[in-house]
Design a protein around this ligand. Structure first.
Ligand code: GDG
Length: 488
């Protein structure tokens, strides 16, 4: 039977499934079975890259590779997080490009391909996640793996004018077309990707979104990632009565809780959010002493300078806002940079009156969905959500704001804090219905069907593709290799 082999940068070792903070672990936790192989970086930096270890987890068989310090710096810190991450989050000003980082990125992809080839069986389905592994399918094809390979991009895809800034953009785009399926969070991301493929590579795309590159057809579609909505709702209802939620509630007294939960990342709009909260207390003084903002922001990627910078900026801002507004019996802004157990977070969402989710740009943002899932149907809180989060396309009943405008956020907070129960219930009900339909497991199944279902593709006789007798779709006459250092 075909096995599912998931590849992502980080894997969860030695924990329960979905325990690590971060969207991917959370989204995948419901599709892992004991037969699934989950392949990724161990998180260990050692003398040399390449050592593989096997781990038991309650979700899947985990195989993890160590990376050398140099590979870690070039692949992870360098090209993945100082080039691709800022570019795809529309921040070219933060982008840094270095050819040797890019070489390191390709090298790690080839290393992963080598290791994968030693465990892959011909009919395995490989599902690759995120911007760390864009070239992986091409690397596997070079090594003659002919099975199905799907890809999912969890972060946004930049529009063509921005994408053009990326020096190896052309090579990465054509590498994406080596997948059988590439999935995106939103129609906008999909549109950007297809426009890049058309404008930069001149590949044709048919009306079903099939891209005709030189080697194989690649299906592209938008499949927004979901959560285990009912599971999270149950967890929140239970967690509400646990010690941490009780303590938080007690510390709040009759004040309303505004809650933010984000990895500490410059894409999440935290400085603007804190300023907006300060504006709320200035513009709407009736909320002074009546609200508290609790921001949970576990540190991430603190080997990247821009992440240390944003942490320093936030430490300062928190001091300023509390210094200006606090009273001897009131701390307006509570700020925690440790991560919290998922269950505790669920309980906090449940007792929050407002969920404040204001990324400057976000692929989806699972926190927005978790906030909605966690609410008490009889007395739901209000979601204030950035219109630049992928989740905004589905959660139209949130109060949608421009995260660059602290005044607009402040006004939305005021509306949220004063909204009638009947309006809160009506908005919540529609949002809950949406996220109840589009769960994490529905998302995973749709992605996997898209990656494997292309066997049933109807290719026109004029096309250069045909079905091989072994059902593998391949180019008729060309042997392909993907250049290790593509022409820029
Ligand atoms: C990427 C994309 C996309 C947060 N703090 C703690 C904690 N979390 C959990 C949240 C949520 C997850 O981490 C964060 O997910 P997001 O979607 O908000 O953001 P990214 O980490 O940037 O994820 C994003 C996602 O991938 C999935 O496709 O939505 O756009 O950037 O589940 O609850 N979990 C625990 N403790 C914490 O302190 N346990």
């Amino acid at each position: 039977m075909a096995r599912l082999v998931i590849v992502s940068n980080r894997v969860t070792i030695g924990g329960k499934k979905g325990q690590a903070p971060g969207g991917l672990a959370t989204a995948l936790k419901d599709v892992l079975t004991p037969e699934t192989i989950w392949f990724g970086w161990s998180g260990r930096r050692t003398e040399q890259s390449g050592r593989l270890t096997q781990h038991n987890s309650d979700g899947a068989q985990i195989i993890a590779m160590d990376l050398s310090e140099e590979d870690y710096k070039k692949f992870y810190i360098g090209f993945a997080n100082r080039t691709l991450w800022p570019l795809m989050h529309y921040r070219p000003g933060l982008l840094q490009f270095d050819r040797s980082d890019y070489d390191g990125y390709l090298k790690v992809n080839h290393r992963f391909a080598d290791a994968l080839m030693s465990i892959l069986q011909p009919d395995d389905i490989v599902w690759v996640h995120d911007y760390h592994f864009i070239p992986l399918a091409a690397c596997l094809r070079q090594r003659n793996f002919a099975g199905r390979i799907g890809f999912y991009l969890h972060i946004p895809f930049a529009p063509p004018a921005l994408f053009a800034v990326l020096p190896p953009g052309r090579a990465l785009l054509s590498a994406l077309c080596e997948y059988d399926h590439v999935g995106f969070q939103t129609e906008a991301d999909l549109h950007h990707f297809r426009s890049c493929v058309r404008d930069i590579l001149n590949y044709s795309i048919n009306k079903d979104g099939v891209i005709f590159g030189p080697n194989r057809p690649c299906i592209s579609s938008a499949i927004p990632v979901g959560i285990d909505t009912e599971g999270f709702a149950h967890m929140a209802a239970e967690a509400e009565h646990q010690a941490e939620a009780e303590r938080l509630r007690e510390s709040m007294g009759s004040k309303a809780l505004i809650l933010g939960v984000d990895r500490l990342d410059y894409s999440k709009g935290l400085p603007q959010r804190f300023s907006a909260y300060g504006r709320l207390l200035e513009k709407h003084p009736e909320h002074r002493q009546q609200v508290s903002l609790l921001q949970i922001a576990p540190k991430s990627r603190d080997d990247v300078k821009e992440y240390r910078d944003i942490k320093r900026q936030l430490d300062q801002l928190v001091g300023q806002i509390n210094g200006q507004h606090a009273d001897f019996d009131w701390v307006p802004l509570r700020y925690i940079t440790r991560d919290m157990p998922r269950m505790v977070l669920a309980g906090f969402h449940r007792i929050a009156r407002v969920g404040l989710v204001t990324p400057l740009r976000d692929g989806m943002n699972l926190v927005a969905k978790e906030f909605v899932a966690a609410q008490d149907p009889n007395d739901p809180g209000v979601l204030v959500l950035s219109r630049f989060a992928g989740a905004a396309a589905e959660l139209q009943d949130a109060l949608l704001i421009n995260p660059f405008d602290p005044d607009e956020i402040a006004d939305a907070l005021h509306v949220a804090l004063t909204m009638s129960l009947s309006e809160r219930q009506a908005r919540w009900r529609r949002m809950y219905e949406t996220i109840r339909r589009n769960t994490a497991s529905a998302w995973a199944q749709t992605c996997l069907q898209a990656a494997t279902g292309s066997r049933r593709l109807t290719i026109s006789p004029a096309s250069r593709y045909h079905w091989q007798t072994d059902q593998r779709l391949e180019a008729q006459n060309e042997e392909t290799t993907w250049p290790v250092r593509p022409a820029v």
